[in-house]
Each structure stands twice: as structure tokens, then as C-alpha cells.
Design a binder for this molecule. Structure first.
Ligand code: PMV
Length: 361
């Protein structure tokens, strides 16, 4: 493995766009659900602990870029979200692209029209930074590939997705990914995620993620603010040690198809993430009464019926139910009969482990 890919990317960067250069590219990229959570960072978007996730299938962002040479110089962007021009998103994307321009010097010779849309419902409150940043970066790398003729490199995609949103680094790989350094996986790295599909027992490759929408409101505290509060969290050091232990144990459980250990670690991680929020200064609570009602119901159902289903949460109140294909029918019945009463307008998203980004144009 190249120990210093950044240097290589700078050397290989395309500096000049041919006159009249134009085109149309598009990629879709999925969201992911963290099993071991990334919470706390340093430097330029480097994680304070390793994290592991399943790549999802249904919850995706589709991003299409029309580009043309623009000899006046300076990066030029128009950004449309779900068909409508969105200036606030557009200016965030412009700042992001300017920040990575040393690696993509051709950008200031292009006018970009970026169209982006999500496949998950508007009103679900599902965070889309992982899918949207990874889809944007895949499309950007496709523009570059139009210039170089070389295929899109997933390590590079993960690296630049990470600079947009840490968790986005994990979305570019099929099935599962690990981001952040841990001794138990020699190729692991803080700068980009690594693929985990080949280390996954078949039971996990067919896993479902049924997301029960508890609230569709925008969250009160952003992930950015939450990460920052870890600097003064009195439990931070213990947390980072536990995340490493959980990562190392989870890697083995994923390989062995060990559902018991998987469920134990996944739930402990979700509750620990929310415990960190509750012990930050100032503290904040993103779970809601119905989140706890669903958690209690899941634990009761698992014990009473001996069905391997567990829960996790992102930085929000929604509950992700994770379970293998073989118990799909039982879990669907459980969701319909016992959980939808807690869901916002009865809303849930039927997702599962997926294959990562695909080219759409
Ligand atoms: O990628 P960010 O900065 O939005 O942080 C995401 C943090 C969690 O979703 C809570 C956990 C994770 O690892 O995805």
C-alpha cells in the first residue's frame, strides 16, 4: 500500500482542462449505519477512534454534474437540491471544493451545475451527510476520470468524502467498512476507510436495517457541535479505549457470524454514544420517549421469542433495527404490530446492507 497517497494525488493532479471541455457525469452513493460509532475528532477531520459500519442500500443520494470549461477562472457552481436551486447548500459545497482544490486544480477552470436528490423521504429526519458527500466526491472523481481516462479510485473517494463528512468515508465500500486506525487491522487508517466485505460472514452480508422514524424534526445539536463537545467530556479517554476494544471484538464477530457478540456490541455502542451526549457540557439528549419505548420493546421481543434482532441509533432519536434475513418475516410482523405505534406518522424505512456507490450517468 502507498503510505503517502496524498503526495501521489498532488503529483498526478490534472492542472489544465482542454479548451471546450464539457460533459455530464452522475453517481449515487448510499448512507451507512455505524455499528461502532465515530464521535470525537481532531486535526482536519481525523477520528479519535476507529468506527465500523454497514453500507446501506435504499437510503441514497444521487448527484449529477454538468460541467464545461470556463476560461474566466475561479470555481463556478450552481447547486440544485431536489430540483430547486439551493444557495446555502451551494455555498457549503463551494467552500468544500475550494478546500480540496490543490488536489483538483482543474476545478477553477470549470463551471459546474450540480443536481442532487435523496431517495429517502424528505420528512424522515434521516441525516444525509454520508450519502450526499460521498455521492458528490464520486461524481467529482468521475469528472477527473473524464480528463485522465483512469477509473475512480475508492481509497481516494473515501479520503475526500471524509473531508466533507467523517462518516461519509465509510459509504464508498460495499457491505461494510472500517475507518480509523486499530492495531487489529494493519491496513486501517485515520485518513480513509477500508473495505470489510471480504471479512464478513454471509449472515451479515444479508442483514436488514429497518429504520423506525421517531421524529422528523431537524436535530437540536449538529454532529459538528457534538464532536466538538467531546474535547471536554470527562469520559472521553475511557470512551476511546472502549471503541478500540469494541472495534477489535466486532471485527472477529463479523467474520465468525457471531450474532450474540454483534448484538451486544452494537447496542452498547448506541447507548454509549447517547450517554456521551448526556455527559457533555452542556449536556443534550437526542433520544425521545418513543426511542426508549422501542428499545424496551425490542429487548423484550428478542428475549421472549429468541429472535436475533438488535437496535442502534445515530445522532438522533430514530431506531435502526438490525437483523438477519432468516428472521425477516417475524421482525416485519413485530414492527407492524408493536412498533409502528411509536413511529412519527407510522413512518419507517426498509433498508438493508448494500453494494456501495454506482455510476448513474
Ligand atoms: O460524519 P458526521 O460528522 O456527521 O458524524 C457522524 C457521527 C455518527 O453518525 C453519530 C456516528 C457515525 O459513526 O456515523
Amino acid at each position: 500500500m502507498n503510505k503517502n497517497p496524498e503526495k501521489q494525488w498532488l503529483l498526478d493532479a490534472v492542472k489544465k482542462v482542454p479548451g471546450g471541455f464539457s460533459g455530464h457525469v452522475g453517481w449515487q452513493s448510499p448512507s451507512n449505519i455505524a455499528l461502532v460509532k465515530y464521535w470525537g475528532k481532531h486535526g482536519n477531520q481525523l477520528p479519535n477512534n476507529p468506527s465500523v459500519s454497514f453500507t446501506l442500500k435504499t437510503s441514497r443520494t444521487e448527484t449529477v454534474i454538468d460541467f464545461r470549461e470556463h476560461s474566466a477562472g475561479g470555481l463556478k457552481i450552481e447547486f440544485f437540491f431536489e430540483g430547486a436551486e439551493n444557495a446555502p447548500f451551494g455555498s457549503k459545497i463551494k467552500s468544500f471544493l475550494e478546500s480540496i482544490q490543490p488536489y483538483f486544480p482543474f476545478l477553477d477552470q470549470l463551471a459546474l451545475n450540480i443536481q442532487s436528490k435523496n431517495t429517502f423521504p424528505h420528512s424522515s429526519g434521516i441525516a444525509s451527510s454520508a450519502s450526499s458527500m460521498s455521492a458528490l466526491v464520486m461524481a467529482l472523481l468521475e469528472v477527473e476520470s473524464t480528463l485522465t481516462g483512469l477509473p475512480v479510485d475508492l481509497q481516494k473517494a473515501s479520503y475526500f468524502s471524509r473531508l466533507g463528512s467523517g462518516s461519509a468515508s465509510r459509504s464508498v465500500f460495499p457491505k461494510a467498512a472500517l475507518w480509523g486506525q486499530t492495531k487489529s487491522l494493519s491496513q486501517s487508517d485515520n485518513r480513509f476507510a477500508v473495505p470489510m466485505a471480504s471479512r464478513l460472514h454471509p449472515v451479515f452480508a444479508g442483514f436488514y436495517d429497518s429504520i423506525i422514524i421517531i421524529s422528523a424534526e431537524k436535530k437540536e445539536v449538529s454532529s459538528r457541535a457534538g464532536h466538538a463537545l467531546m474535547h471536554n467530556n470527562p469520559f472521553a479517554d475511557v470512551r476511546y479505549q472502549q471503541a478500540v476494544q469494541n472495534t477489535d471484538r466486532l471485527i472477529v464477530a463479523l467474520q465468525d457470524g457471531d450474532l450474540e457478540t454483534f448484538m451486544q456490541i452494537t447496542e452498547a455502542e448506541a447507548l454509549q454514544l447517547h450517554a456521551l451526549m448526556m455527559t457533555s457540557e452542556p449536556s443534550f439528549v437526542l433520544m425521545q420517549p418513543n426511542s426508549l419505548a422501542v428499545i424496551a420493546a425490542v429487548r423484550h421481543f428478542r428475549t421472549a421469542h429468541r429472535v436475533p434482532v438488535c437496535f442502534t441509533l445515530d445522532a438522533g432519536p430514530n431506531i435502526h433495527l438490525l437483523y438477519p434475513q432468516e428472521v425477516r418475516d417475524q421482525v416485519l410482523q413485530f414492527i407492524n404490530e408493536s412498533l409502528l405505534r411509536y413511529a412519527h406518522e407510522g413512518l419507517w424505512i426498509d433498508d438493508r446492507v448494500g453494494e456501495g456507490p454506482t455510476k448513474i450517468a
